[in-house]
Design a protein around this ligand. Structure first.
Ligand SMILES: [Zn+2]
Length: 442
């Protein structure tokens, strides 16, 4: 299988893919330098995409806005008329970028993505009452830090619950305020960072606090661990929980359907998966290169969003066609390696550890080829069994020559970005060497 055979090419999505590629190459100044890579309109569209370079965050940082706005549209006029605004993406200073934001496109992308899970489109209708539990550093173009009242954190149909950049610093008072606000606001949709909601749900369950359930919980912003699901289920045992995958740059890319698979939001996004080399998990696992479709203001082609996806092994029983993933496997930068040097995704780590009774949070750190440190938080009384069980499972995952130390923590704190890192290496490696290159293919 090659990357060029992966994207499904139904008639409509092929037409949108052609339009996005041709208008970017013809009209957006940044892609002038890419034109000579395009084999041209007589070639299959998937081959044309596969022949193009990859767009990086750095490219966006350097060339946004003007490089990506098509000729015929004027940035200054767009800002002055309110058609567009500039939005800074979340993340650490290294990977923050400013992008052109066109609200009608974002809304259309969100509505289309909601149709990929039964019943969700009846909740996400543009007027849904929605509570957001995530880093207060930035959610889209809105920032909330500090001691604002509930009224000041309510913007029409939206309530922003959190006021602290690291949820491990929440006090009981903070959490009980948020639980109380959830009851008073009674959202139809709770959009949450899974790590944040897990901490809040655990506190509520331990204290015997109940909360009126929303109609849907949408997990987004970072990798949802099995541990998060388990803790969230203690507070919301019956509420449908789905994972929604996207970014400020790309809009809504994948929605998890009611059968647990991820379907592409194909009218607004194209995704090419560049497979990992076979020894690292390819061709089923690859990095997502996203192209946004139908955005009149911005052309992004083959943008490396930094995450890995695993292709569905079989058609989804829900019956939806098109590009389908079995899982989002976590960030490329969160790969670790077996003692033989084979890549291990965060998804693979989480599948190993996710059902260990009493495990509440973890981070695996690889120091060099054979030395690993496992930090964990456990339920009181479960520390010894969690430590032993985790060690055995991680040895099976990384190799029998792995030297593993375990370390119990009272909490594992968030990174500066407000996100948690569940796996990391403490040495440098070149991600480009892990992926199958276009020239490797027959
Ligand atoms: Zn499905």
């Amino acid at each position: 299988m090659t990357a060029s055979s992966i994207t499904p090419a139904s008639g409509a999505s092929r037409t949108l893919s052609v339009a996005a590629l041709e208008s970017a190459l013809a009209d957006a100044p940044f892609y002038q330098r890419w034109r000579n890579h395009d084999p041209g309109p007589l070639s299959h569209i998937d081959g044309r995409y596969a022949a193009l370079p990859i767009l990086t965050k750095r490219d966006i940082r350097v060339h946004m806005p003007k490089g990506f706005i098509p000729r015929g549209r004027d940035f200054k006029t767009g800002i002055e008329s309110g058609a567009i605004e500039l939005v800074t993406t979340s993340g650490t200073s290294d990977d923050r970028a400013t992008i052109v934001w066109h609200q009608p496109w974002w809304d259309a992308s969100e509505h289309a993505a909601a149709r990929l899970h039964a019943g969700l489109d009846r909740v996400i209708n543009g007027s849904q009452r929605e509570a957001v539990l995530a880093t207060p550093l930035c959610a889209g173009n809105i920032c909330h830090i500090g001691d604002l009242s509930m009224a000041e954190r309510t913007m029409g149909r939206l309530l922003f619950l959190n006021q602290k950049p690291d949820p491990t610093h929440w006090t009981s008072g903070d959490m009980e305020r948020m639980l109380d606000e959830l009851n008073r606001f009674a959202p139809e949709l709770l959009e949450a960072d899974p790590a944040y909601l897990a901490i809040l749900a655990r506190h509520a369950a331990n204290k015997g606090i109940t909360v009126q359930a929303p109609r849907f919980i949408s997990l987004t912003f970072e990798f949802p661990s099995r541990l998060h699901y388990r803790q969230i289920r203690r507070l919301f045992p019956l509420t449908p929980i789905l994972s929604s995958y996207g970014s400020t740059e790309t809009g809504h890319v994948f929605t998890e359907c009611e059968r647990g698979h991820f379907h592409l939001n194909a009218d607004y996004c194209r995704v090419d998966l560049q497979p990992l080399c076979a020894r690292h998990g390819g061709p089923a696992i690859g990095r997502m290169l996203a192209t946004i479709l139908q955005n009149p203001w911005v052309s992004l082609l083959r943008f490396d969003v930094g995450d890995l996806g695993r292709l569905a092994a079989a058609p989804c029983p829900c019956g939806r066609a098109g590009l389908t993933l079995d899982s989002i496997e976590g960030r490329t930068r969160d790969l670790t390696f077996t003692t033989d040097g084979d890549a291990v995704t965060l998804g693979a780590v989480d599948r190993r550890l996710g059902d260990i009774e009493g495990l509440l949070a973890y981070r695996i750190e690889q120091h060099d080829r054979e030395n690993y440190r496992f930090l964990f938080v456990a339920e009181p009384g479960a520390e010894a069994t969690v430590s032993n069980e985790s060690s055995a499972r991680l040895a099976a995952l990384y190799g029998t020559s792995a030297r593993l130390t375990t370390q119990r923590e009272s909490a594992i704190v968030a990174e500066q970005s407000g996100k948690f890192r569940l796996a990391r290496t403490l040495f440098t490696w070149d991600p480009e060497t892990l992926f199958e290159q276009e020239t490797d293919r027959p």
